[in-house]
Write a protein that binds this ligand. Structure first.
Ligand SMILES: Cc1ncc(COP(=O)(O)O)c(C=O)c1O
Length: 400
């Protein structure tokens, strides 16, 4: 049996009949860049993320870059983030000329440890970028509190986390907040492997601030407003209509797909637990914080929303931790099962950041995670038979 890490062909089979006319309509319109298709998607994604404004951009990387640019962050500035993330998070900071300042992660969620943030704030700090890694929100309340106290911008890297939820005790608008709605900017990626993925690159910034939304829109078109007049320098960060048409169709299926990912995750959790591997310390399944820690907020929210159930994690990845990671990965590959290591080298140890002055041991929790984590197939179209085969193969590896 073959079980890929992700099967986009299986997903496409289920939506082909909706996608083809949507693409045909864009081809017939011959309107390829921005325009009504993009504006329609912006409105829908912003609403989905509990935000007033959405600004479609060329990628998740550019969503981060344009948000930093909108804050006028550049040389001499510092931006705090985590070293355990995709490269783009710190790459965007570096590209503005600012300095990425890393803080270590929590061992159980792999997200930024809020207790370590404040000691890194200096007079040069301008912003914090928490990353909602694998599809689970970082612990935002303490991060937002530090940001308010020190007048820092908060740019959520929600590239992997569309629809993830966080039970906030300090944001009054809504106790259960969607990823991207809590900071000043929420940055999303529509890379094909994301839960909402296009047929190419794409991204979006969401915000509740009309001034920031306006600035982002101008920056997206080289800082031009009115046309051919530039009071500041932006770039070409535009989203195209073909991606917007695809994403609009897919957005209609996102909740169903997320529910399936959650079902698959719960099934893995239970299977690994009952196999004894969890008790023996051989497999640590991903931790889901909202379920465990925020029952009070959850109960309030559920009564407010007539019984619908709030979840936090959207499982863009289902990542286990195991002391025998590399051997397990090789074993599963041999069995036809795709897995991936996100991420094998934390950012503070990347060659291009050597001048930042970090070294091995600077962020021990991130370094330990980099040596132990492994993503298993979790995509919505995974069949029970395939999932059973993954679990059996993992168990087989540990008993052989
Ligand atoms: C956490 C994180 N940030 C940023 C990005 C960048 O997004 P994109 O690939 O759309 O540029 C990604 C994409 O993988 C990501 O996972």
């Amino acid at each position: 049996m073959k079980v890929p890490l992700l099967d986009l062909k299986a997903q496409y089979e289920t939506i082909r009949e909706e996608i083809l006319p949507a693409l045909q309509a864009v081809l017939d319109s011959q309107h390829f860049i921005l325009g009504p298709e993009v504006a329609g998607l912006e409105e829908k994604v912003a609403a989905y993320c509990q935000c007033s404004y959405g600004i479609g951009v060329s990628s998740g990387s550019d969503a981060l870059l344009i948000s930093l640019m909108a804050e006028d962050i550049g040389p001499g500035d510092e931006v705090i983030t985590t070293p355990y993330t995709f490269f783009a998070t710190a790459g965007a900071i570096f590209r503005t000329g600012a300095r990425p300042v890393f803080v270590d992660i929590q061992a159980d969620t792999y997200n930024m440890d809020p207790d370590l943030v404040e000691e890194k704030v200096t007079s040069r700090t301008r912003a914090i970028i928490p990353v909602h890694l694998y599809g689970q929100c970082a612990d935002m309340d303490p991060i937002l509190e530090i940001a308010r106290k020190r007048a820092l911008a908060v740019i959520e890297d929600a590239a992997q986390a569309i629809g993830a939820e966080y039970a906030s005790g300090i944001l009054s608008s809504s106790k259960i907040c969607r990823a991207g709605s809590m900071g000043d900017y929420g940055c999303f990626s529509f890379f094909p492997s994301k839960n909402l993925g296009g047929f190419g690159d794409g991204g979006m910034v969401v915000t509740n601030d009309p001034d920031r939304a306006e600035r982002l829109k101008i920056l997206r078109v080289h800082g031009s407003k009115p046309k051919y007049c530039h009071s500041f320098v932006g770039g070409n960060f535009r989203l195209d209509a073909i991606q917007a048409a695809v994403l609009s169709v897919k957005l209609g299926h996102l909740d169903t797909w997320t529910a399936k990912r959650r079902e698959n995750a719960a099934w893995y959790d239970e299977a690994f637990k009952s196999s004894g591997l969890v008790d023996e310390g051989l497999i640590t399944p991903p931790k889901s914080v909202l379920k465990e820690a925020c029952s009070e907020h959850r109960a309030d929210y559920q009564s407010e929303t007539a019984g619908s159930i709030a979840h936090d994690h959207i499982y863009n990845q289902y990542v286990i931790s195991t002391p025998r990671r590399d051997e397990l990965k090789a074993y599963l590959l041999d069995k036809g099962i795709g897995t991936e290591i996100y991420y094998p080298v934390p950012l503070h140890l990347q060659e291009c950041f050597a001048d930042l002055g970090y070294s091995s041991g600077s962020f021990p929790v991130s370094e330990e995670a980099a040596g132990r984590t492994l993503a298993l197939p979790i995509y919505p179209e995974l069949t029970p038979k395939q999932q059973g085969y993954v679990v059996d193969s993992v168990c087989e590896f540990f008993v052989k």
